[in-house]
Design a protein around this ligand. Structure first.
Ligand code: GSH
Length: 230
């Protein structure tokens, strides 16, 4: 029977309580999804801070868990059949946690509504907003074509989510893992300082949604886990 000692990542980030979920993450929009879900679901877990430098995310120990070298990643010592399971890619982690607990994933047709919006976030909103932030705030070089391209695509995506939220509190009906995936990315526009560029005021449903999301104690708490100064 495998134990956490069998996972090389535990040599660089040793567990204090080997009986609980081990989360390897950093509080970025992708990273906080896992911590917010764990907080919302009340599952016991131990967060390990994995900084974004290559000596951490691309270290042999981290890559032994996630060959893609990106946070978040997780080990559940009590996976299917009582065996440890390794998980990475944020939507897989969210879906796993929802299925483990039978909560926040929807049932029947609602499950597929949640999955559609989850896929929309990981395939569209996250990568496009990431490029937007890179070209408008972070890049050393100013590339007007790239800036215009990603501002236009961000506005299009904001129109989609704003429309979906018309008359709804949460994207897929009840509060779900789709909201845990989407709201932190909408909130990232603040960090990227691009709210004026994308015309955030034109999307009042999205703006109210982000406030509603961060009114939840678990969302507020999870969005600071792992502590980046820890
Ligand atoms: N598709 C992945 C994306 C994860 C990702 O992009 N993680 C970033 C932080 S938000 C990262 O680890 N960056 C470090 C690097 O690429 O070296 C997911 O949803 O989990």
């Amino acid at each position: 029977m495998a134990t956490l000692d069998d996972f090389p990542i535990t040599r660089k980030w040793p567990p204090q309580d080997a009986g609980v979920i081990q989360l390897y993450s950093f509080p970025t929009p992708n990273g906080v999804k896992a911590a917010i879900a764990l907080e919302e679901l009340g599952l016991p877990y131990e967060p390990h801070l994995v900084k974004l430098g290559d000596e951490f995310v691309k270290s042999p120990e981290f890559v032994s868990l996630n060959p893609n070298g990106k946070i978040p990643a997780m080990i559940d010592p009590d996976g299917p059949g009582g065996q440890p399971i390794e998980l990475w890619e944020s939507h897989t982690i969210l879906t796993y946690l929802a299925e483990k607990t039978g909560r926040l994933g929807g049932e029947g047709a609602a499950r597929w509504e949640v999955q559609k919006w989850l896929a929309w976030q990981v395939a569209g909103l996250g990568p496009m907003f990431g490029q937007l932030g890179h070209f408008v705030k972070l890049a050393d070089e100013q590339v007007p074509y790239a800036q215009e391209r990603y501002i236009a695509e961000a506005r299009r995506l904001l129109g989609v989510i704003d429309g979906q939220l018309q008359g709804r509190d949460w994207v897929a009906g009840d509060f779900s893992i789709a909201d845990i995936a989407i709201a932190p990315w909408l909130n990232a526009l603040e960090f990227y300082e691009v709210k004026d560029d994308v015309g955030w005021r034109d999307f009042p449903n999205a703006a109210a949604y982000v406030e509603r999301f961060y009114d939840r104690p678990a969302a507020r708490k999870g969005s600071r886990i792992p502590d980046p100064d820890g």
